[in-house]
Design a protein around this ligand. Structure first.
Ligand SMILES: [Mg+2]
Length: 154
């Protein structure tokens, strides 16, 4: 039997939370980071949290961009965040369209449940940060995880 201590995680949304939202954007040159979110992520890293990005990317199954393009975008995003002192531990994305009724399109909890299983994360010790109460807030409420909604619209 293992008594290994579980990890705690910051589950954080991508578009509108870490980078300026550009609908279905796939071009890494379009990445513009929010300073306040970088600071918040750095603070969680310092406190020993894993930082896991959880993002809906239905542009994949809508045919707007490929998995390869998404991965390139994420490589650039991770590079940029690393330069700001924030190494990302993992990125989980949902490629499905709403009509597909999958179990991972936020606010469905699939992305977080998969990450928790893969990375030995204790959800009771974890937090969610996003920019949409109806998506990220609802996701957190369904899993009974504390959450913060960032406001980048004002
Ligand atoms: Mg968002």
């Amino acid at each position: 039997m293992s008594y290994e201590k579980k990890n705690k995680a910051l589950f954080i949304d991508r578009d509108g939370t870490i980078n300026h939202d550009c609908p279905y954007c796939r071009d890494p040159s379009q990445i513009t980071l929010y300073e306040d979110t970088i600071n918040l992520m750095r603070e969680y890293k310092r406190k020993g949290y894993l930082v896991v990005i959880v993002t809906n990317q239905s542009g994949i199954n809508r045919g707007y961009f490929s998995v390869e393009e998404l991965e390139k975008f994420h490589d650039e995003l991770k590079d940029r965040l690393l330069k700001h002192g924030v190494p990302i531990d993992a990125i989980y994305y949902c490629p499905h369209r709403p009509e597909e009724k999958c179990s991972c399109r936020k606010p469905e909890p699939g992305l977080i449940l998969n990450a928790a299983a893969d990375l030995n994360i204790d959800l009771a010790e974890s937090v969610v940060v996003g920019d949409r109460d109806d998506i990220d807030g609802e996701l957190a409420r369904r899993l009974n995880i504390p959450y913060t909604i960032v406001d980048h619209r004002s």
